[in-house]
Design a protein around this ligand. Structure first.
Ligand SMILES: *Cc1c(COP(=O)(O)O)cnc(C)c1O
Length: 393
C-alpha cells in the first residue's frame, strides 16, 4: 500500500484505473460460439458487426480493421494522401491521429485548439491551409464532437477530405446528428479503454461506396477478384494496390456485436458519473470542469479537469502524484503530439500551438468507465477535494 503523500490513509485501499472494459457472459458466449464455428477470421461475424455499426452511426458503409490506427491509415490511403501532401489535425490527441499521415508520406500540420472545447479551432484551420493541403483529421476530443459545420465549410471551400477521428465519440451527437454522418470518413476504435471493445479493433464508416471499396482493398493486401485486367482462370486474383493485412478477426467481431448491444447503456452510465463529478467540482476552487457546447452531446470517453494553476501553490505534477498516492488513477491526455522527440526531429517546434501547450500544463484526467461503483465515484471526489483543498493558495 502506498502512503498518501498528504499523510494518513489514502482515500481508497486499491488502485482505481482511469478506464476499463465491461465484459459480461453475453460477450463471452458470443466469442465462444464463433470460436467453435467454421470461421474464426474473414467469416460472417465481420460483416454482421460492420452492418450493425453502420446502422448505429447512420452511415451507409462500414469497414472493420485490426485496430483504430490501421483504420486511420486506410482512410488516408482512401483519401489519396501521398508524398508531400499536407493534412491538418489537432495537437491534443493520441499520436495515431497524425502518424497515419506520415505512414502515407504526407506531412501533418497542426492547428491550435479552442480554449473552451479543447477541440481543433476551425478559425486556426484556415490559417494553415496551403495548396498542398488535402485533408483535415479533426478529433472529437474526450467525446465532444468538433464544430463540424464550420469545418465542412472550410473543407468545401478548399476541396479537402474530412476524416473524423471519433475514437472518443461513438454515440455522440452534433446538433442532433450522430457522429458517423458528419464527415467523409469517420474512425471508431475498439481498444478496451474506449466505449465498446473488441480487444483491438477499429472501423471506418462512410457514405461513399468508392471509399468503402478502397478501404476493403487496403485492409487485405490490395488483393481483389473484381475488375481483373486478365482472365487466366477461376483461381485468378490480382494485387491492384499495395495493401496490408489489417483485418479484424471474427472472434473480435463477435465480441463487438455483443458489446454494441450495451453501448447506449454504457454511455448513459458515463453521463451519470459525469453529472456527479460536475456537481461535486463545480464550486471547488482550483479546478475547472469540462465545458460542454450546447449544440453537442458528448459520449464522454474522458472526464478532464483543468487546474486553475494560479490558485494552487504547486504544479500539475504534484497534484497528479498526490492523487496517485491516494490510489486514484489519474492520467494526462495528451502530450501535444509535435512535442514528442520523433516530431521534434521532423522539425516541429515548441510554441507552435500556444493554446494546446497551455492546456497540457493544466490537464488532468479522472477515472471514468461504466463499471465504476458508487464507492469508486465517491472516492475519486473525496480524493480530488482532499488534494486540491490541500494545495489551494
Ligand atoms: C485510441 C485512439 C486512436 C487509435 O486507436 P487504436 O484502436 O488504439 O489503434 C486514435 N485516435 C485517438 C484519439 C485515440 O484515442
Amino acid at each position: 500500500m502506498t502512503l498518501a503523500i498528504l499523510g494518513g490513509k489514502p482515500v481508497r485501499d486499491t488502485y482505481l484505473s482511469y478506464g476499463q472494459q465491461w465484459i459480461d457472459s453475453d460477450d463471452i458466449q458470443s466469442v465462444i460460439d464463433t470460436l467453435t464455428s467454421p470461421f474464426i477470421t474473414q467469416g460472417p461475424r465481420i460483416e454482421e458487426f460492420e452492418k450493425k455499426v453502420a446502422q448505429y452511426s447512420g452511415a451507409k458503409y462500414a469497414v472493420a480493421f485490426a485496430n483504430g490506427t490501421a483504420a486511420l491509415h486506410g482512410a488516408c490511403f482512401a483519401a489519396g494522401i501521398g508524398n508531400g501532401d499536407e493534412v491538418i489535425t489537432t495537437p491534443i490527441t493520441f499520436a495515431a491521429s497524425s502518424n497515419c499521415v506520415l505512414y502515407c508520406g504526407g506531412r501533418p500540420v497542426f492547428a491550435d485548439i479552442d480554449e473552451e472545447t479543447y477541440n481543433i479551432d476551425p478559425s486556426k484551420i484556415e490559417d494553415v491551409i496551403t495548396e498542398k493541403t488535402k485533408a483535415i483529421i479533426p478529433v472529437d476530443f474526450t467525446g465532444q464532437p468538433v464544430e463540424m459545420e464550420a469545418i465542412r465549410r472550410i473543407a468545401d471551400k478548399h476541396d479537402l477530405v474530412i476524416i473524423e477521428d471519433a475514437a472518443h465519440s461513438i454515440g455522440a451527437t452534433f446538433k442532433g446528428r450522430r457522429v458517423g454522418t458528419l464527415a467523409d470518413m469517420t474512425m471508431f476504435s475498439f481498444h478496451p479503454v474506449k466505449h465498446i471493445t473488441t480487444a483491438e479493433g477499429g472501423m471506418i464508416v462512410t457514405d461513399s461506396e468508392e471509399y468503402a471499396e478502397k478501404l476493403r482493398l487496403f485492409r487485405s493486401h490490395g488483393i481483389t477478384n473484381q475488375n481483373l485486367t486478365k482472365d487466366e482462370g477461376p483461381w485468378y486474383y490480382e494485387m491492384a494496390e499495395l495493401g496490408y493485412n489489417y483485418r479484424m478477426t471474427d472472434l473480435q467481431a463477435a465480441l463487438g456485436v455483443a458489446q454494441l448491444k450495451k453501448l447506449d447503456h454504457f454511455i448513459a452510465n458515463r453521463r451519470q458519473i459525469v453529472d456527479r463529478y460536475n456537481q461535486a467540482f463545480a464550486s471547488l476552487p482550483g479546478v475547472r470542469t469540462p465545458f460542454q457546447h450546447v449544440q453537442t452531446q458528448s459520449s464522454w470517453h474522458l472526464y478532464m479537469l483543468s487546474l486553475n494553476l494560479e490558485q494552487l501553490n504547486v504544479g500539475r505534477r504534484e497534484i497528479f502524484e498526490a492523487l496517485r498516492a491516494e490510489n486514484i488513477g489519474v492520467h494526462v491526455h495528451y502530450i501535444p503530439v509535435y512535442l514528442h522527440p520523433y516530431y521534434q526531429k521532423l522539425g516541429y517546434e515548441k510554441g507552435l500551438c500556444p493554446a494546446a501547450e497551455k492546456w497540457y500544463e493544466s490537464a488532468l484526467t479522472l477515472p471514468l468507465y461504466p463499471k465504476m461503483s458508487d464507492e469508486d465515484i465517491k472516492s475519486v471526489i473525496k480524493g480530488v477535494e482532499k488534494v486540491i483543498g490541500h494545495y489551494l493558495i
